[in-house]
Ligand binder design. Sequence first.
Ligand code: NCD
Length: 308
Amino acid sequence: MSDFPFTQIVSTKEMARTEIETVLQLSQEMEKILAKKEERNSLQGKIVASLFYEPSTRTRLSFETAVLRLGGKIINAVGAENSSFKKGETLYDTIKTIENYADIIVMRHVSQKATEEAIRATQKPFLNAGNGAGEHPTQALLDAYTIYKEQHQIDGLTIGVSGDLKNGRTVHSLVYLLSKFQVKFVFIAPNKLALPKEVKSFLKENKVSFVEVNNLEEVIENLDVLYVTRIQKERFENLSEYEELKEVYCVTSALISNGKQNLSVMHPLPRVSEIAPEVDDLPQAVYFKQVQNSVPVRMALLELVAGR
Ligand code: NCD
């Protein structure tokens, strides 16, 4: 494949703009194929291992749907409870085993270091479906695809990102990804949940414009995109801290009425209380469109890493 050198995707940090554009273009093609109910058999004869050692609904099922739509087959391991991990096996050994069964590995894991260990164990095509509080690159690509579809461009946009910027892996991957375009970021979080230092250093090194604020109401009118995230309860060591921060923001229709008419309100889902259900019916709400876009984007990614 000319413009896509990767067979393993663990982060969006190293992806060049042209490579991202390759994914977006192929996603568009996949979307048309799905709409016309045409067949695409690029994974025919291939087996994909779907390893989800942490809870998932959308990511796992959309990956599995994408595999089936491309004519591939799936084997899976769901939940750390049911795996040899429980018997003390290292992830390295698990992946060394699974690479004998599958042609492509998709993995979600609770540990941030898990992706490193996995790609040390195998050279097979590998897609990171979320590593702890680290990254979630395939979500970021479907988020970027959604932004492109909704706003017709990515360059020139002001992107607000709110919620748990410290622990939100979708945020980290999306920020790395969008930094390859001409965007301005507005990060909206309580100080305790601010974007990690290494992500901010990356933005500074790459001269990407960003500001950090605590208050959503004050900045809503400037945004083209508001990417809302859940406070990541499972990553808190101290649950009383979670209790204190869990309802720090709630996006309501009153808030949105102060924003731009064509604002896109996004969320990787699952949502807890950070977007009021009343927002769902507004034209600005695009989070269920993100879900819809996840299948063509994951089809594109599977096909690209498998090598067309
Ligand atoms: C996200 C995740 O797992 O990081 N969900 C998803 O994959 N769509 C976001 C979250 O759990 O808050």
